[in-house]
Design a binder for this molecule. Structure first.
Ligand code: B12
Ligand code: SF4
Length: 450
């Protein structure tokens, strides 16, 4: 069979530039490619980087979807099915709302594909495709293969050095996909030796770990970082971590020793009650400043993940958060308007309270207010969110937040100016065949971008 795997185009936020859709290839689709039995041919089509041909006739189409591009995924699936071509859907959104999604596909895969994709291919080939495949029959770390990066067109993306060492997270914050019913496992880590082997296949010394939480299983992280240290690969890397890293400072020492350059930390809010309201009990606001200081002391930069519009947030929260970010010299901020992803505990709660006011999934990219906030109007929330980005990346605040560690000054300025403040110009340059060049610099920064 000729199997076409499609990533529909993502939606853009006001602060995104054309670099955003070209950040990285879909590891989900490259993983499906590895899992595909050898007799089939694979074609990967990413609508973020090239126009999508929709008049072709593959034997089977597989589409991945997150919430913001779900409507586009359904539209593509409906089009192929009208022409009698079999279409399978998978990915986080499809897994979160299987009853809705199955109306658009001949078959859907709920959860990870490792244990079911070969069967789906076999059934499609035999003409006996079933409507539903559940992929969460105990996934073992050793089931997760190395994605087929050789299928990535050269020069199409800023980064191809993304690696996933795990699936899931031990926590289940109410707004996160990890709180969905289908995620009935905690964290699954790959064998350390396999991850090291994958790093060596990258042919670069810069690695972006895209796990939900690199410290989700501290014992595994300890073993992994020791192995990385022993290999002496002189890496530069970045990753996302939960704020309870403050309880694991020896891990932070090892991170610094193995080349960690920046950490994306899920602080989410500086309001303890707001954190409790969404089940984020692992975060202790009183420990945030100490965590940032400990990270900085080791020459590592911080990208603070923040969520605005929680039920305890009023209009004073924007200025208070800005003051905290600047006082702590936080190098980067990724802000989100609280968004009830379908299938999450948060979604069910807001829906039950009649508080969801916008059901258009293409607005669910954390830059729009799709629900009624408690202590703010939707307009105040949206304006405050936009103000946070503008104010955080003002020249004055870029200057005030300058890192104390000298070796971080250039990456810091490049990120704050070339990616955020003048991102439009950088994206413009990238269009003129300079993406590889921009990518090379970006990889050297080893920064976690979104
Ligand atoms: C890397 C990443 C990005 C990269 C994407 C690079 C790329 N081209 O894929 C960047 C930074 C660009 C990005 C952007 C955004 N992201 Co993002 N991102 C992630 C992250 C951290 C890892 C994704 C990944 O590669 N996972 C590893 C792969 C192997 O897993 P997977 O894709 O789920 O695939 C497995 C299964 O789902 C299944 N599967 C997947 N597709 C298919 C298809 C078929 C046919 C089948 C059978 C099976 C199948 O099989 C795979 C193997 O088991 C996830 C968190 C996470 N853990 O997934 C968030 C995540 C997917 N992102 C999210 C969001 C919201 C966004 C943005 C909207 C953010 C924003 N504010 O702009 C945008 C737009 C996303 C889009 N439409 O593509 C949410 C999605 C929530 C939801 N309910 O949909 C997540 C879950 C983060 C979170 N915790 O909330 N993101
Ligand atoms: S700690 Fe982060 S990844 Fe884990 S459940 Fe909470 S929001 Fe999701």
């Amino acid at each position: 069979m000729l199997i076409k795997l499609i990533q529909p185009r993502m939606t853009m936020r006001p602060m995104d530039t054309l670099m955003k859709p070209r950040l990285a290839p879909s590891l989900g689709l490259l993983t499906l490619a590895t899992l595909t039995p050898a007799e089939h041919e694979i074609l990967i089509a990413d609508e973020n980087v090239a126009k999508l041909a929709l008049d072709d006739r593959p034997d089977l189409v597989g589409i991945t979807a997150n919430v913001d591009n779900a409507l586009r995924a359904y539209q593509i699936a409906d089009g192929y099915r009208e022409r009698g071509i079999l279409v399978v859907g998978g990915g986080i959104h499809i897994s979160s709302v299987p009853e809705e999604a199955r109306r658009h596909f001949d078959a859907i895969c709920v959860g990870n594909a490792e244990t079911v994709w070969p069967t789906i291919c076999e059934d499609a080939d035999a003409g006996s495709l079933k409507p539903l495949y559940r992929g969460h029959a105990p996934l073992r770390g050793s089931d997760i293969p190395i994605p087929r990066r050789e299928l990535v067109p050269p020069g199409a993306y800023l980064y191809t050095n993304t690696i996933s060492t795990s699936r899931g997270c031990p926590f289940k914050c109410d707004f996160c996909y990890n709180s969905c019913e289908y995620v009935n496992y905690k964290i699954v880590n790959r064998p350390v030796a396999e991850v090291i082997r994958e790093i060596k296949t990258l042919g670069t010394r810069h690695v972006m770990f895209i796990d939900d939480n690199l410290v989700g299983n501290p014992a595994w992280t300890w073993e992994f970082l020791h192995a990385l240290e022993a290999e002496n690969l002189s890496l530069k890397w970045n990753a996302a971590v939960s704020a309870n890293l403050v309880n694991h400072l020896p891990l932070l020492d090892l991170m610094a020793a193995t080349g960690c350059n920046s950490l994306f930390v899920g602080f989410e809010s500086i309001n303890e009650q707001a954190l409790a309201e969404v089940g984020k009990r692992q975060n202790k606001v009183a420990e945030f400043n100490r965590l940032i200081a400990e990270i900085h002391r080791r020459g590592i930069m911080v990208n603070a993940s923040l969520v605005f519009g929680l039920d305890h947030d009023d209009a004073s929260m924007f200025k208070a958060t800005m003051k905290w970010l600047v006082a702590n010299k936080v190098e980067t901020m990724t802000g989100h308007i609280l968004t009830p992803y379908p299938g999450t505990v948060l979604h069910d709660r807001l829906e039950a309270g009649g508080r969801i006011i916008d059901h258009d999934y293409s607005h669910y990219n954390t830059a729009n207010v799709v629900y009624k906030p408690m202590l703010l109007t939707p307009e105040e929330l949206r304006a405050g969110y936009l103000w946070m980005y503008k104010e955080f990346y003002s020249f004055e605040n870029i200057f005030r937040r300058m890192p104390e560690s000298k070796r971080q000054v250039i990456p810091y300025l490049l990120f704050n100016l070339a990616y955020r403040k003048f991102g439009g110009l950088t994206a413009f340059l990238a269009r003129f065949g300079l993406l590889t060049w921009v990518g090379r610099i970006a990889r050297r920064l080893a920064y976690h971008v979104e």
